[in-house]
Structures are given as C-alpha cells and as structure tokens.
Ligand binder design. Structure first.
Ligand SMILES: C[S@@+](CC[C@H](N)C(=O)[O-])C[C@H]1O[C@@H](n2cnc3c(N)ncnc32)[C@H](O)[C@@H]1O
Length: 371
C-alpha cells in the first residue's frame, strides 16, 4: 500500500468519524441535558474531535501493532469508544481482522510496512551496537562515538549516549510513519542513532555547522542511512520543502532560543500535523516558562508529556564559567566527583501539532457531561 492510500483512508475516516460522532454523542453521560443543536455538535466535532492525519496514522498503528486492541485506551489516555470506532472502520475497509480475544491481524502486508515499530532504548542500544560493532558506554558523551570539534559559538555540547537512546525510544513511540523526520540542529547525532536503530526511517538534518553536517553525511554514507543534510541558519526564514512527520530540536536553553528554534521547525510542518520534540533545560528561563507555555498553545502545540530525568550532559570544560563553577564546587567535593556527575540536564517536551485553529464552541457546559 502506498502512503497515498493511507491519506485517502484518512479522508474517508474523517467523514465516518463525524457521522458516528453525531449519532453517538446523545448516548454519552449528561449530553441530553445540554440540548445541543446539530450546528453546535458539528462545531464540537470540527474543533475538538477531529484528528490530524498523523494522529490518525498513530491510532491506526496502535490498533495494528498492540498485542491486544484494548491497548488503545492506555496509549491515548481515553476510553474505548475511540477503539470501537477504529475497529468498525478498519474492518469495513478490509484492513484488519479481529479475533474474539481482541487480537488484531493486518490483512495487507504492504499496509503494515508503512508504520514505524516502536522500540525501547534497550532495543535501540543493541541495534546501534551491532551496526558500530562496539559496546556503547551509556554515560559517555555521544562524541565518544562520533567525534566532533565543539563550536561553543553555536551553543554545542554533547548529551550522553543513554540520552540519545532515550530520544530514539520517544521518537519511535510517537512517530507512526517511516517518512522524513526533521532534525533542527543535531550536534547530538540523534539522526544517526535513530536511523541506525531503524534503517527504514528517513531524516533531514539542518544545521549551521558545516563540519558537523559533513560528519553526519559521511556516517550516512558509510552505514547506508537515509539521512540528508542541509546547511541552514534558522534565524533566517526558509521553507525547506517536503513533508515531515515531526521534528526534534535541542535549542539554546533560553526564552528566545526555544522560541526561535521551535518556530523554525513549525514553519516546516503542514496540514498533516506532526509530533514536536523539544529538549529544554532551565538554565535561563525560570518563571518565563509561563510565557513559553502560552507560546506553545498559540502555536497549536498540545502537550503530550514532559519527561524529566532522561537527558543529561556529561561534564565538559567548554566556557570560562565552567572553570569557575568547577573551582567553587571543588571547595566541597573532589574533581573526580564533579566530572562523574552530569554538568547539565534537561527535560523532553513532546507535543502534537494541531494543524488548524481550534476555536471555542459556545455552549453551557456541565461538569457531568461528556462531550
Ligand atoms: C543550540 S545547540 C545545543 C544546545 C543545547 N541546549 C546545549 O546546551 O548544548 C543544537 C544545535 O543547533 C545548531 N545551531 C545553533 N545555532 C544555529 C542556527 N542559527 N541555525 C541552525 N542551527 C544552529 C548547533 O550547531 C547544534 O548542532
């Protein structure tokens, strides 16, 4: 099955979903007391219930790949009405068969092949290790595997190998299709980890640093990875062209940095939606996080998770201020202890891009009505 056909299936699903929503809504707790007109119900559907193409693809993947279809409610923090809708639709379209114990079998191998297989960081470690033919040291910086002359002027600093593997786990968890994924800056070589772990995935890496890009290109050639690179200064507006399933960005950890890096990535996404992965450390943001959260909402970014504790930077002496900090900490603890601990850590924010404006629907809500 071509991806084009999945898109066609999506358009059919939208019509099917809308029809069922309008029929089923009156069955849900408390809805009858709201006395909603058909127009209001339609507006609820269009603004609150309609999924983007890439969320549709993620839901289809969940139904196809889970050991038991009932995983759906857990995966999307919801109830099984959504699952029932997908089972009816996909069965009607001849895509799946369901056995009485809830096991789903795909009826078309080429359809199944469109989807990314989610992978744990441990599975990713084993696969990357096999490609590189060396044991990975999880606490070491990624530059221990892929050496790079660090450019402090571009704010470069390597994360640990285990952090990169965590990012592979998260990207394969959220990104449903093997199509192109965008890296907005990649001094952490996550594009290389990702495509080594799953060589069917495609990536485009943009960065300001030519040396870094040529290193990534050489690795792509050597290991036959589907990575393209392009030199871009993201401060200048530019359309890259092409469709992306989402992007990863590790911006400068300050208010302006996060906004500019994320805005650049968003300007490359189109009507398909997409998943957005942003690493953020609280070095210079503080309570401005409130403004950042506003910025994310205005840009149509719906938070899916904020995961702290998985991304860290091994100690590295890059700036003069690092020496001052080491000297001050050294008054309490040994140099060895300082160098063993991470120098900096950040959280991963995962968002879904809603590719249309979501408007408030005028209605008098009730805390006991489920619509
Ligand atoms: C901003 S740096 C990493 C920041 C990270 N928070 C840290 O503290 O190490 C991430 C990537 O962005 C790239 N980068 C920096 N400025 C850029 C620009 N103006 N355009 C495109 N890429 C840029 C860097 O070369 C690097 O590969």
């Amino acid at each position: 099955m071509e991806e084009r056909e999945l898109k066609k299936l999506y358009r059919k699903f939208l019509a099917f979903h809308k029809k069922r929503f309008l029929e089923d809504a009156s069955l849900w707790v408390g809805v009858e007391n709201l006395h909603l007109s058909k127009n209001q119900l339609e507006a609820v559907f269009e603004n609150y219930e309609r999924d983007s193409y890439l969320i549709f693809a993620r839901k289809v993947r969940c139904v196809l790949q889970s050991p038991n279809a009932f995983q759906y409610a857990v995966a999307f923090s919801t109830e099984q009405w959504g699952l029932e809708r997908y089972l009816v639709f996909l069965t009607k379209e001849g895509c799946i068969r369901i056995s009485r114990n809830g096991r789903v079998t795909c009826q078309n191998k080429s359809f199944e092949k469109l989807f990314v297989e989610p992978m744990s960081r441990e599975q990713a470690r084993v696969r990357v290790q096999k490609k590189l033919r060396r044991k990975l040291q999880l606490a070491d910086p990624v530059t221990s595997l892929f050496p790079l002359e660090l450019e402090a002027k571009y704010d470069q600093m390597p994360i640990s190998v285990s952090s990169a593997l965590f990012l592979v786990e998260k990207i394969t968890e959220y990104i449903p299709l093997k199509k192109k994924f965008l890296f907005v800056g990649d001094d952490d070589f996550v594009s290389v980890f990702l495509t080594m772990a799953n060589p069917e995935m495609e990536a485009l890496v943009i960065d300001i640093d030519e040396d870094l890009l040529s290193r990534i290109s050489k690795l792509a050639k050597k290991y036959e990875l589907k990575i393209e690179t392009r030199r871009v200064d993201l401060r200048k507006k530019q359309k890259l062209g092409g469709r992306f399933t989402g992007f990863l960005v590790n911006p400068a950890y300050n208010f302006e940095g996060v906004k500019q890096f994320v805005s650049f990535g968003l300007s490359q996404l189109a009507e398909d939606g997409g998943s957005v992965f942003v690493e953020i450390g609280d070095e210079a943001i503080g309570n401005r996080f409130l403004f950042l959260q506003e910025f994310f909402a205005q840009k149509g970014l719906r938070v899916r998770e904020v995961a702290p504790g998985n991304i860290s930077y091994p100690w590295v002496q890059l700036h003069e201020e690092d020496a001052i900090l080491a000297e001050r900490l050294g008054r309490f603890v040994s140099r060895e202890a300082i160098e063993k601990a991470p120098k900096l850590a950040s959280s991963l924010w995962v968002f879904d891009r809603i590719p249309f404006e979501v408007k408030h629907v005028a209605m008098k809500g009730s805390i006991y009505s489920y619509i």
